[in-house]
Design a protein around this ligand. Structure first.
Ligand code: 13P
Length: 252
């Protein structure tokens, strides 16, 4: 079983000052927690400050996105090399980027391969829309997206996958632990096909979508759920701490 991961996706929230304050609180409350890898993903402009705040602690830093090229005329973008040294993880293919910034599976695939090549750990997000679930095609949609996003990827050691059903994000309507387990087990099967069973067993698969201190225990108890990608609740130090502590106790 992989070490569970709880990652906080702060999205477009917090000023640099607020980000440093939140990171400092979490360093205080989570610096001593073992058995769970904690990753904070602040906005770009706060990456350096948050990295400084967490220096010497076990807490890790992640970016919320990344360009796939090394450098060049891409106004407003940030390259993988710029992220190295600031963070260890990068969230790729989040549904908000797919929906609002036209990130396709093909683009996500280039980013995943690039992140791995430079030594960043990708947290690859996949998930179905409400309409997909209502039409009973969630498994087909997630399978196709995962396969396309991982095309040509041969090494799995640094990979993290997050199952985030779009209908559960920011709605307060989390998937049931059973729904989440079914989809994470499907993802594990697909990863086995690509990388072999042993390697697939070692890849952390996270659930994301309205994770709270109230539902994390049941979610993290599922055999194929190795932690969470947390949005709203990650902005609240007490709630995020509770989510991490509960995960640690479930998985210890
Ligand atoms: P919420 O936890 O706010 O639903 O967001 C989930 C998410 O999108 C994490 O990446």
């Amino acid at each position: 079983m992989p070490t569970p991961i709880i990652a906080g996706n702060w999205k477009m929230n917090t000023t640099v000052r607020e980000a440093a304050l939140l990171a400092s609180h979490l360093r205080g409350s989570l610096g001593g927690v073992s058995g769970v890898e904690v990753v904070l993903c602040p906005p770009f402009v706060s990456l350096a400050e948050v990295a400084r705040t967490l220096e010497g602690s076990p807490l890790k830093v992640g970016s919320q996105k990344m360009h796939y090229d090394d450098k060049g005329a891409f106004t407003g973008e940030v390259s993988p090399h710029m992220l190295l040294g600031l963070c260890q993880y990068v969230i790729l293919g989040h549904s908000e980027r797919r929906r609002d910034f036209a990130e396709t599976d093909a683009i996500v695939n280039r980013k995943v391969r690039k992140a791995m090549q430079v030594g960043l750990r990708p947290i690859l997000c996949v998930g179905e829309l409400l309409a997909d679930r209502q039409a009973d095609r969630e498994e087909a949609v997630v399978s196709a997206s995962l396969r396309a996003s991982l095309e040509g990827v041969t090494a799995s050691e640094s990979l993290v996958v997050a199952y985030e059903p779009v209908w559960a994000i920011g709605t307060g309507l989390a998937a049931t632990s059973q729904q989440a387990q079914v989809m994470c087990a499907l993802i594990r099967r697909l990863l086995s096909e690509q990388f072999g069973k042993e390697k697939a067993t070692a890849i952390p698969i996270l659930y994301g979508g309205s994770v709270t201190p109230a539902n994390i225990q049941e979610l993290a108890s599922q055999p194929d759920i190795d932690g969470g990608l947390v949005g709203g609740a990650s902005l609240n130090a007490a709630q995020f701490t509770q989510i991490v502590v509960t995960t640690a106790s479930v998985r210890s």
